[in-house]
Write a protein that binds this ligand. Sequence first.
Ligand code: SF4
Length: 346
Amino acid sequence: MPSVYEYTRDELDELLVGEPRYRVEQVWHGLWSEGQVINEITTIPKALRSRLYEEFPTSIEVADDVQSDRGSTRKWVFRLHDGATVETVLMSYDDRVTVCVSSQAGCAMGCTFCATGQAGFTRNLSAGEVLEQVMFAARAAAPRRLSNVVFMGMGEPLANYKATVSAVRRLHEYKGLSARHLTVSTVGVAPAIERLAREGLPLTLAVSLHAANNDARNELVPLNRRYPLERLYEACVYWVATTSRRLSFEWALIDGVNDTDEAIDELARYAGPLRAHVNLIPLNPTPGFLVLGSSSRRVHEFRDGLEAHGINVTVRNTRGRSIDAACGQLANVTNAKRRSIPVRSA
Ligand code: SF4
């Protein structure tokens, strides 16, 4: 059954044909402004509520719900209508509340350091399934307002291009989120970056780079064999020229692999001319990739080295590590499984 969030405003009008216009307005307001599930929209008559809920039950169901960082990070495993599972992470900070959504169940990109990549690909999510994660998180965040949505959960968003663009467009048009509050990540699907640039959507693009020489990147991000750094660079130039927006490079720091002085120079040469912002993320441990994240001292040396080259850098907090909710750790690990997996810590 489709999610009610698959529908545009015009399509909802058609679904509710015969109802007065203000009813359509009430349903729309309940769904998008209040983030309510249909059977909670008490401004519409009970019979209509029941009928709509029967036709459009929620398409995600909580299979697991865990918290860390004293409740400021929360991760859900959601089961979809066909049994596929995805993960969503809500992070509350002093100045913002961010949800990290999944765009695919699993992922086919096979990045070696990533728990999702290690687990393989199940299927693409629909736009409605992505949006339901956002709305669920918005309800959980209340009374705080969900301010940011990042497409950095399970999956490669640009390998599920249509649903990603549709979800971003609706979050902008119906929820009022824009570039500073909407981020789409990619490991570098170059033609899709160029296509996305032409959509005219207000979003921030985050390229998961992790290495700035082809040998190292081929190992960490197998997609690099298809779109090597030179091709990715062309796409990044196109992005900046077409959108006039800065892009960011994500760099998961791995001890002895991509945290060397040579890596600093390579990254500076790559990011500098693009004026890209670099986000450094100490690698999170995953059971299938037995290396360590860089030490805190090395993370800061790496940052200082980049800054000496004039690169803008941020060291990201690692949120949710204890509940496998940090970057690269999402792999549908429920409480029961989590207890049985030995995890190396950095
Ligand atoms: S890092 Fe992203 S693209 Fe790579 S395997 Fe993990 S989820 Fe997929």
